[in-house]
Design a protein around this ligand. Structure first.
Ligand code: ADP
Length: 227
């Protein structure tokens, strides 16, 4: 089997992208590249990008395409991602970002774009109870908290409610997803890269569906003799 994979995961806020992308990156042994995590780390380190991004993120607005794609371009040209691939989470979010990404990943292109589908009332419920580790981005919820005192089970970091998980910012992000990101689904469908996956049910069940879809595609490519 060909090592690595070049994967984009799309889905509205609360669809479970973060959780699934961490699992997929372990399964295929490729880096998890999350634009949200990268931007939160820029904010935390008070870099100039972080300072420009902070208030936009708190309000649930998008960061300008050029700023995000410069950051993504730099990350995807590092040796680990050019060598084995990546699981890209949170990008692209606009058609301009998808066009820029197409250029960044030339000449290999993407293997697959997953659309993780979850109905809006369910994502609203998930987001209201979502808690995340400030250090490694691991996801928890009020129903499934870390084992000890809101301390991350994975890295020992502090587990908090994200500043942009307020009702107002969630509403804004969901509207932006509909306006800016949903058009990308047909953009990728036209390019025969899109696979729709039901994102409801347990995290394990969703992972099995996603891995099943990716492995089926890789078998097809192998049978066709593609590299
Ligand atoms: P969510 O999917 O819940 O909005 P993310 O962690 O993916 O969470 O992103 C958090 C915030 O970071 C977004 O609301 C936006 O302000 C910014 N952001 C992340 N990725 C992008 C992107 N590709 N383009 C523009 N802004 C982005």
């Amino acid at each position: 089997m060909i090592p690595g994979v070049r994967l984009v995961v799309l889905g509205k806020q609360g669809a479970g992208k973060g959780t699934q992308c961490v699992r997929l990156s372990h399964h295929y042994v490729v880096p998890h590249v999350s634009t949200g995590d990268m931007l939160r780390s820029e904010v935390k380190s008070r870099t100039s990008l972080g300072q420009r991004a902070q208030s936009l993120m708190e309000q649930g607005e998008l960061i300008p395409d050029d700023m995000v794609m410069e950051m993504v371009g730099a990350r995807l040209s590092e040796r680990d991602t050019t060598g084995r691939g990546f699981v890209l989470d949170g990008c692209p979010r606009t058609t301009r970002q998808a066009e820029a990404l197409e250029k960044i990943v030339e000449p290999f292109g993407l293997d697959l774009v997953i659309d993780l589908q979850v109905p809006t009332p369910l994502v609203m419920k998930r987001l209201a109870s979502r808690r995340v580790c400030v250090d490694c981005g691991a996801n928890y919820s009020t129903a499934a908290p870390p084992l000890v005192n809101w301390t991350c089970d994975v890295c020992g970091g502090e587990v908090i409610q994200r500043e942009d998980d307020t009702e107002e910012a969630i509403g804004r992000r969901l509207n932006l997803y509909e306006e800016e990101t949903e058009p990308l689904l047909s953009w990728y469908k036209e390019r025969r890269l899109l696979t729709e996956i039901n994102g409801t049910g347990s995290p394990d069940a969703v992972t099995r569906r996603v891995v099943g879809a990716i492995d089926a595609l890789r078998r097809q490519l192998k049978d066709r003799g593609d590299p």
